[in-house]
Write a protein that binds this ligand. Structure first.
Ligand code: NAD
Length: 254
């Protein structure tokens, strides 16, 4: 059976863990060459090795997505390694929680730097490569926090909220270059990030239980649930879909 991402080259930021890792592994299985990125070099190299051992194409690149020059260098690395870039998945994200009046300015800047600027930088330096390749897809990992507030997460919600209009602008402005842009918007997914988000609270476990109770399906999402949706948006299976946001949240937003 033919693989649906054959001849594609994807950069997936924040793919040394959680959903990014699941997306990288899923895309590689479907024939894409993947650039893995994240802050954990050891994990990144291990994932690269495992994908290659399984017959896939992968290369890890350590870059802080909040640095424009590092993201630009990562895009150049992708072209050096795999000759082109056709899929951008800006996925790296951090939480930066704290009340609006109490969060440090440093945390505010860092959260916006990774979650918003990091997405923008990948688009800024990656889109010209997609144009050179004759087209491609952008799949932004946003959140249900793009649409809904969460207690003590003003920086996170602001950063994720901004991604939807950014995605829609890219969908509109780059359609003439055969580029589509869409957003996946996960609800609670079982990754290190969600457990970090509650660990500051004394009732961490009950917060997770309450969150599960808010879903219709009665469970946390898995990274693979999200990878499946990312694959749909990255591939020709969604060729008539652009400018769309898909909630993958077990029904929290119903
Ligand atoms: P995770 O903590 O498992 O993974 C985050 C990844 O981002 C890691 O690979 C980490 O190394 C990388 N990263 C962090 N800062 C970085 C930086 N400055 N530069 C480069 N890489 C960096 O988290 P996850 O839950 O898989 O999160 C992936 C995305 O999904 C994030 O954007 C997150 O906001 C979003 N999200 C998560 C949930 C959830 O419940 N887990 C829900 C909605 C949206």
């Amino acid at each position: 059976m033919s693989k649906i991402l054959e001849n594609q080259v994807a950069i997936i930021t924040g793919s040394t863990s959680g959903m990014g890792e699941a997306i990288a592994r899923r895309f590689a299985k479907q024939g894409a060459a993947v650039v893995i990125n994240g802050t954990n070099e050891e994990r990144g190299k291990k994932i690269e090795e495992e994908i290659v051992q399984e017959g896939g194409k992968a290369a890890f690149y350590k870059a802080d997505v909040s640095s424009a020059s590092e993201v630009e260098a990562m895009v150049d690395f992708a072209v050096e390694q795999f000759s082109k870039v056709t899929i951008l998945v800006p996925n790296a994200g951090i939480l930066g929680n704290g009340l609006a009046t109490e969060i440090s300015l440093e945390t505010w800047d860092k959260t916006l730097g990774v979650n918003l600027n990091g997405v923008y930088y990948l688009c800024r330096y990656g889109l010209p490569k997609l144009i050179e390749a004759g087209g491609g897809t952008v799949v932004i990992n946003a959140s249900i926090a793009s649409f809904k507030s969460f207690p003590q997460h003003p920086a996170y919600c602001a950063s994720k909220g901004a991604l939807i209009p950014l995605m829609k602008n890219i969908a509109q402005d780059y359609a003439e270059h055969n580029i589509r842009a869409n957003a996946i918007c996960p609800g609670p997914v079982d990754t290190p990030l969600i457990w970090d988000s509650v660990k500051a609270f004394p009732n961490a476990d009950s917060i997770i239980d309450e969150t599960i109770g808010m879903t219709c399906v009665g469970r946390l999402g898995t990274p693979d649930d999200v990878a499946e949706a990312a694959l749909f948006f990255a591939s020709d299976q969604s060729s008539f879909v652009t400018g769309a946001s898909l909630t993958i949240d077990g029904g929290i937003m119903t």
